[in-house]
Design a protein around this ligand. Structure first.
Ligand code: DGL
Length: 355
């Protein structure tokens, strides 16, 4: 009798294992690349939502904190770096992008999630939108409250990100950013509030969609070329051209601009007032920089809308480029990558119209 019971229990275990294996076979394979940020942050108390320490919790602990991930994907993690994202830099971007391209070239990887500090998510998202060479989903996720806080948003954001990265709906949409159940495009998303949970928005152009009841819902997608459809290949790059940003304001002066050029900047993004307007005090320095071969892009500090070519300045005569709708920090990324291909301003302007 005992033997019969023993073998029937073994049979049950074998059936359960087979069912689990069958389920796992049907689930997408998603790799989580952890870089740090608040999602991995810890605070002194459960009510500490400012003044905590970012980039403390490892990727395996982040995954273990959300057992529900196993229901939507076969997940494994890699700790690519462990930094607060204000310290994100070109070397880190190149390392992250190269790892993503290697992983996405593997047939057993269906999507990538990057956990990241929220301060520079919008920049990393656009950089990857331009250099990832696959149509498979790449989703960047962060949190506005540390992992130790009451109602921490990291776990649900991570669950949503893995779900999205494993979804067929996210294929071919470019790099995506999800927090707070919302889906934004990497090219357009920006941080709009220093501390609230709904800080990531695409002002005016709007979200791509939402995640609700463990399912992504898309209502639009970016019209701009991205990922596999761009010419930017970072495979053999170990550094990126120096491009700096000059911020426009009333009563400004050319001190910062001149310093950037003297330090060897190959490109300058001028975040002008209004429609990219130039204060008279900086025009001589900009034209002097252009004569030295520095590529000048007129962007705007406003953050939304088109910076019109030949609107607030004679770009044809000055041989300047305009940033279209890219804010200054995103225009910097496109100009850096453009300068790895060409210094021809007509070619570069075309890139700002296409990506
Ligand atoms: N230090 C900031 C960062 O790593 C914390 C903000 C966050 O991740 O939400 O971006």
């Amino acid at each position: 009798m005992l033997i019969k019971k023993f073998f029937s229990q073994i049979l049950v275990l074998v059936c359960l294992a087979a069912a689990a294996a069958a389920q796992a076979q049907n689930l997408p394979n998603v790799v989580i690349l952890a870089t740090g940020g608040t999602i991995a942050g810890t605070g002194a108390t459960t009510t500490t939502t400012v003044g905590y320490t970012a980039a403390k919790v490892g990727v395996d602990a982040l995954i273990a904190a959300v057992p529900e991930l196993k229901k939507v994907a076969n997940v494994r993690g890699e700790q690519t770096m462990q930094i607060a994202s204000e310290n994100m830099n070109n070397d880190a971007w190149l390392k992250l992008a190269k790892r993503i391209n290697v992983l996405l070239a593997q047939s057993d990887v269906d999507g990538i999630v990057i956990t990241h500090g929220t301060d520079t998510i919008e920049e990393t998202a656009y950089f990857l939108d331009l250099v990832v060479k696959s149509k498979k989903p790449v989703v960047i996720v962060g949190a506005m409250r540390p992992s130790t806080a009451i109602s921490a948003d990291g776990p649900i954001n991570l669950y949503n990100a893995v779900l999205l990265a494993g979804s067929k709906e996210a294929i071919g949409k470019g790099v995506l950013v999800t927090l707070n159940d919302q889906i934004n495009a990497g090219r357009e998303v920006t941080k709009t509030n220093t501390s609230t949970l709904d800080t990531f928005k695409t002002p005016e152009l709007g979200y791509l969609g939402y995640i609700q009841g463990s399912k992504p819902f898309f209502y639009r997608q970016s019209t701009r070329k991205n990922t596999a459809d761009t010419p930017f290949d970072i495979t053999n790059l170990d550094k990126l051209p120096q491009v700096d940003i000059v911020y426009g304001y009333a009563n400004m002066n050319p001190i910062a601009l001149n310093a950037f050029v003297a330090a060897g900047a190959q490109g300058i993004i001028h975040a002008g007032v209004g429609d990219g307007s130039l204060n008279n005090t900086v025009v001589p320095s900009l034209t002097e920089a252009r004569k030295k071969g520095v590529v000048i892009v007129r962007s705007s500090r406003v953050g939304q809308g088109i910076v019109a070519r030949n609107g607030e300045a004679d770009d044809d005569k000055l041989d300047f480029v305009v940033s279209d709708t890219l804010n200054a920090q995103k225009a910097r990324i496109l100009l850096m990558l453009a300068l790895t291909k060409t210094t021809d301003t007509k070619e570069i302007q075309k890139m700002f119209w296409e990506y």
